[in-house]
Write a new protein. Sequence first.
Length: 423
Amino acid sequence: MSNKITMGADGRLNVPNSPTIPFIEGDGIGPDVWKATKAVLDDAVETVYKGERKIDWIEMLAGEKAFNATGEWLPAKTLELAKEYLVSIKGPLTTPVGGGIRSLNVALRQELDLYVCLRPVQWFHGVPSPVRHPEHVNMVIFRENTEDIYAGIEAQEGSEKAKKLLQFLQDEWGEGGKIRFPETTSFGIKPVSKDGSERLIRAALQYAVEKKLPTVSIVHKGNIMKFTEGSFKNWGYELAEREFGEKVFTWAQWEKIKAAQNEDAANQALKQAQATGKILVNDVIADNFLQQILLAPQDFSVVATLNLNGDYISDALAAAVGGIGIAPGANINYKTGHAVFEATHGTAPRFANTNTMNPSSLILSGVMMLEYIGWTEAAEVILKALKEAIMRKRVTIDFYKLMNDATLLKTSEFAEELTKSIK
């Protein structure tokens, strides 16, 4: 029997009992947190499934380790393995300095067309937080992963490309006057497509339907970028009404009822929709959203947003629940099944090989991976063990510094704490 995870004709993953899953241990603190994560994942699978299931790990190279071994930051073989085996997991990677690949993470997302960056954000009881009510934060971010400024279409100030683009804006569009300092301007182009926007928002809506969540909020800056982010909002409303019909009630529908009748009628329609379990699809301007997640995070459950907004929002929300060290993430193509689960923090090279850093981000990304392949029982025991360790204040240095009467554990000891609880 094949040990490859495959995508079935029904759009569901076919997962053997011993799937081969490629991993990238990562740079800097990557080897430390990966070793801890692997131990926890393996122990949970062994304990829960009594040896009937097991992950067959295979290493693929990227980052400094790859460069030292092959002279390439992202070898073709790595992309082949990620494509062939569908599901993989990775530690943090160094961004090469001075030319070449602008970001290894972005390159992986582009090459595998991983159009959803999935970032669930929740607070674990006992985790130190800078906000008064972190328990109110419980939402899932769907960040578009392949377009926006991350597409990397740029022209450096003074370059021939910048001069040609400036000339085009002046001659063809008559927009040269809007550029304040034309001779010293760099340019960036922000592509946002209807196809790319719709597949991201569709995934967010499907998730809300499956999980029975109350809202999907389209976060955008369409009041300024009317034809990119504004279109993202409009395409989202149109798709929600067209493809999800009676399952949703959109803010655009509320506006139509208000215009045709009055505000009371619109509010009555909204109340009736919520009473019957329909998902409310609304939109929020990005800067206001960053305010609202501090003032009223309980009002949001699923968020669909563009690439740059999603970057800011994900990190801001992670800070509210204890920091990026405990924030998991995944990059997914729901059509092909390809998925790369990842630590969301950096490589922290200063702490490489010190066995001191918190492995929770990668462990929780591993939990997401287990859920993705349908091994939810193993995912649940890890989550329970992690919560118990934090409650007992047996934590790594990041939390130890912020807790009273905590016990300081090394990275490997934290993993051992979880495996003891799992068993």
